[in-house]
Design a protein around this ligand. Structure first.
Ligand SMILES: Nc1ncnc2c1ncn2[C@@H]1O[C@H](COP(=O)(O)OP(=O)(O)OP(=O)(O)O)[C@@H](O)[C@H]1O
Ligand SMILES: [Mg+2]
Length: 252
């Protein structure tokens, strides 16, 4: 019972004369974790950023192909990008919290989308922080500067912040790569928990992490999608020689 959430057809991405992705077609499944792996520069981040139209912020960017979410072409003229980014949340390698209170960080997006009353904001914050397994650590510190938190707490707060506008899809670009093993384990548990309600795409350089928490894995190399399989198949019996060389550490 797998349902397609994001349908990508013949996607190519360019930054001026650099081609970052080359004719990628892939179906991303609903309420699964899809890991995206591949060597540095192969197009993983550009791929993620095309799904919430963040590449458009870069001058010289152009694309060909099509991305549909729930059957709707997200590059269509009528699409409101602010609403698209509400539906498609993103978490980055390094926490990008504002140097403001934890409260201010968390209420920013719900306020932008029209929630005004403090008690409603409080409910949203508590609910999302519980989902992001950070509530107990911050509930008595809401007025403190968010940057006082540890790196691992900051990442979980970023995830909580992304959840405050009730997205369907979460894009995560190496969310644990700057963290110690304990914080990484917490993020992994959290991702595993979140996939019950969200479709997650996780970029990672950590093969064990991809193997542990993803359902599907996509291997990119030089802008091409080389192999896309169930994670169990990819890590035990990959079809492609380049995939095997990469996951066994022969290059990358
Ligand atoms: N803003 C930009 N301007 C110009 N070129 C870019 C830009 N962003 C990415 N590129 C180019 O697109 C290609 C893919 O980059 P991308 O960041 O998607 O790789 P990546 O797989 O995420 O790498 P890493 O593992 O190092 O994060 C690279 O050649 C890169 O130089
Ligand atoms: Mg990247």
């Amino acid at each position: 019972m797998k349902e397609v959430k994001i349908k990508i057809k013949n996607l190519s991405l360019y930054f001026n004369y650099i081609q970052a992705l080359n004719d990628v077609s892939i179906d991303i499944y609903s309420k699964k974790v899809t890991a995206v792996i591949g060597p540095s520069g192969c197009g993983k981040t550009s791929f993620l950023r095309s799904i919430n139209r963040m590449n458009e912020l870069i001058s010289g960017f152009r694309y060909t192909g099509e991305i549909k979410i729930d059957g709707i072409n997200i590059y269509d003229r009528e699409i409101d990008v602010v609403n698209l980014r509400k539906l498609v949340g993103m978490v980055f390698q390094k926490s990008n919290l504002f140097p403001k209170s934890i409260w201010d960080n968390l209420i920013f997006a719900p306020k932008l989308h029209g929630v005004k009353e403090d008690n409603k904001l409080k409910d949203i914050i508590e609910e999302t922080c519980r989902k992001a397994a950070i509530w107990d650590e911050i509930k008595d510190r809401l007025n403190e500067n968010a940057l006082n938190l540890s790196a691992g707490q900051q990442q979980r707060l970023c995830i909580a912040r992304a959840l405050t506008v009730k997205p369907d899809i979460l894009l995560m670009d190496e969310p644990a790569s700057a963290l110690d093993p304990t914080s990484t384990a917490k993020i992994e548990e959290l991702i595993y928990e979140l996939k019950k309600n969200y479709s997650i795409i996780l970029v990672t350089h950590n093969m064990q992490q991809a193997a542990r928490i993803s359902d599907y894995t996509a291997f990119f190399y030089l802008g091409h999608l080389i192999e896309y399989e169930k994670t169990t198949k990819m890590f035990t019996n990959p079809t492609n020689q380049q995939t095997e060389d990469y996951i066994t550490g022969r290059f990358g």
